[in-house]
Design a protein around this ligand. Structure first.
Ligand SMILES: C=C(CC[C@@H](C)[C@H]1CC[C@H]2C3=CC[C@H]4[C@H](C)[C@@H](O)CC[C@]4(C)[C@H]3CC[C@]12C)C(C)C
Ligand SMILES: C[S@@+](CC[C@H](N)C(=O)[O-])C[C@H]1O[C@@H](n2cnc3c(N)ncnc32)[C@H](O)[C@@H]1O
Length: 322
């Protein structure tokens, strides 16, 4: 190779490297943008087909899905022991279904944060309609860099949201920073369970299907959760997989029949054809249907749980450095 072509090749490589690192940015910085786009696509379908709470809950005999959902949410705020008037944080609040149930149940003031601006508007509209806007506030922002002061919350919770963080420590460190010393944080985490085998191709297919269809950077093992919490300084108060018996399956609600799916699918096609729903909605709906199947298989086989609960305390005093 003569010196000119060597120079050109070098310049091309350097230019390419500069483009990837400085212009496009590191992959981890792109995750919130990707998650934001995902929720622009799915939020309306979630609300329409599932309701205002974007999470699962164990089935309860004799209770409707709506009541089972509310009880699962109230359990979170009961665990963090808040008093009326306390200021608590909802990390990844969606359109605010849990926030409204929790504010109404505890009379605490709830501040929710979500990366998605469309969800902020939906949540504010629902809060007003429910007459809970004096107790519920919604902020658009990244839970990896929260726009809140240190030691400013009396409690915090996250329901099936921190699974979107590439590193759990990063979101836990932010929650730790904004909590007052001595206060509690509960999280319902998406995890692979002790039944998951990385050398079983069917297990891998199911878990990858869940990750793809739910915009996740990679599911964590149940055993990684407490480790991440300890690393940022939390004390572990309690840890329990709420999906385990005697709880009844959370995934039965997903087992919608073929008829219900085709009814929704046809409706989506018609709404897209007449311009009420954006064109891509049909593909998004199809993707969600496939995701529902992976989630069901994850639940049926017991290799996946969306409700691994961890209750954490920020110590009253910082541990002494010796
Ligand atoms: C916590 C997260 C979201 C969990 C669930 C709220 C959603 C996961 C899969 C979603 C759905 C799948 C099938 C859809 C169906 C085809 C459609 O007709 C009606 C809506 C669905 C039931 C939709 C509803 C929400 C989910 C259950 C993740 C993202 C971390
Ligand atoms: C599956 S939804 C759950 C919403 C809510 N907890 C509920 O149960 O209804 C996940 C939420 O996390 C939010 N989220 C994901 N990544 C985020 C980030 N980096 N910063 C802020 N919010 C984020 C999403 O915007 C969405 O609102």
């Amino acid at each position: 190779m003569d010196s000119l072509s060597l120079f050109c090749t070098g310049a091309l490589l350097a230019g390419g490297l500069y483009w990837f690192v400085c212009v496009l940015g590191p992959a981890e910085q792109k995750v919130p943008d990707f998650v934001d786009t995902f929720y622009n696509l799915v939020t309306d379908i979630y609300e329409w087909g599932w309701g205002q709470s974007f999470h699962f809950s164990p089935s309860i005999p004799g209770k409707s899905h709506r009541d089972a959902t509310r009880l699962h949410e109230e359990m979170a705020v009961d665990l963090i022991d808040v008093k009326p008037g306390d200021r608590i944080l909802d990390v990844g609040c969606g359109v605010g279904g849990p926030m409204r149930a929790i504010a109404a149940h505890s009379r605490a003031k709830v501040v929710g944060i979500t990366i998605n601006d469309y969800q902020v508007n939906r949540a504010r509209m629902h809060n007003k309609k429910a007459g809970l806007d004096s107790l519920c506030e919604v902020v658009c922002g990244n839970f990896l860099e929260m726009p809140f002061q240190d030691n400013s919350f009396d409690g915090a919770y996250s329901i099936e949201a921190t699974c979107h963080a590439p590193k759990l420590e990063d979101v836990y460190a932010e929650v730790f920073r904004v909590l007052k010393p001595g206060s509690l944080y509960v999280s319902y985490e998406w995890v692979t369970t002790e039944k998951y085998r990385a050398d079983n191709p069917e297990h891998v297919e199911v878990i990858q299907g869940i990750e793809r269809g739910d915009a996740l950077p990679g599911l964590r093992s149940y055993s990684d959760i407490a480790e991440a919490a300890k690393k940022v300084g939390f004390e572990i108060v309690k840890e329990k997989d709420l999906a385990k018996p005697p709880s009844l399956p959370w995934w039965t609600r997903l087992k919608m029949g073929r008829i219900a799916y085709w009814r929704n699918h046809i409706l989506v096609i018609v709404l897209a054809a007449i311009g009420i729903a954006p064109k891509g909605t049909v593909d998004v709906h199809d993707m969600l249907f496939k995701t529902a199947d992976y989630l069901t298989r994850g639940g049926d086989s017991g290799i996946f749980s969306p409700m691994h609960m961890i209750l954490l305390r920020k110590p009253k005093e910082a541990p002494s450095k010796s």
